[in-house]
Design a protein around this ligand. Sequence first.
Ligand code: UDP
Length: 233
Amino acid sequence: MEKLDMLYEGKAKQVFKTDDEDKYIIYYKDDATAFNGGKKGEISQKGIINNKVSAVIFNILKKQGIPTHFEKLLSDRESLVKSVEIVPLEVIVRNVAAGSMSKRLGIEEGTILEKPVLEFCYKCDELNDPIINEDHIQALKLASEEEVHIIKAYTKKINEILIVFFKERSLNLIDFKLEFGIHKGEIVLADEISPDTCRLWDVNTNEKMDKDRFRRDLGNIEEAYKEVLSRME
Ligand code: UDP
């Protein structure tokens, strides 16, 4: 597999074309941003850790019947994935109130939600990824009704699988963000699932083991990411 031109560079990853038009290579960087780029930094080894954590999780989801873009790990920082067109939605699932939900709705962080709360945000940096509903998705033509139906069904199943997966590793899955893409006309799970995109609290100490350590300057960021990876292996 030959790595060709860079197609896209995001905050944490680069995407490269390959000599197979159905495949891309993703390269994971150590760059960290929060608050839509308002806070910038680097987390040493983050790219390596997120590449590996995401690979473990995508393989598990694949085994449980969720179609994903993930093909295989290529190196410490690179994965081979199916080429997809990203649906411009951030699909957020919340099991416990935290972050922007706590702030926006005045719910104390840590409040257990009776059932998972699903949110959609419009992936648009200029607009600050605004929260939207299913009617907005149709109005903006971001996805068809059928695609939204499939995305919701996959998301619900992914949450059920990941709650158990993380609990077995003494981590509470507080919330997380998913992105989907279209490959050959089908919806597939894309992007990454890692401590950058999930809130994970240690079951015993409630310690935050995710990007909130960076967002909130809590220290020991690299150690927390490493610990999450070590619990995957
Ligand atoms: N999230 C993400 N990328 C984003 C926004 C949110 O991965 O651009 C994840 C975040 O890590 C958390 C969940 O989605 O696990 C919910 O985030 P929230 O809406 O509370 O936003 P934040 O507090 O990150 O601003």
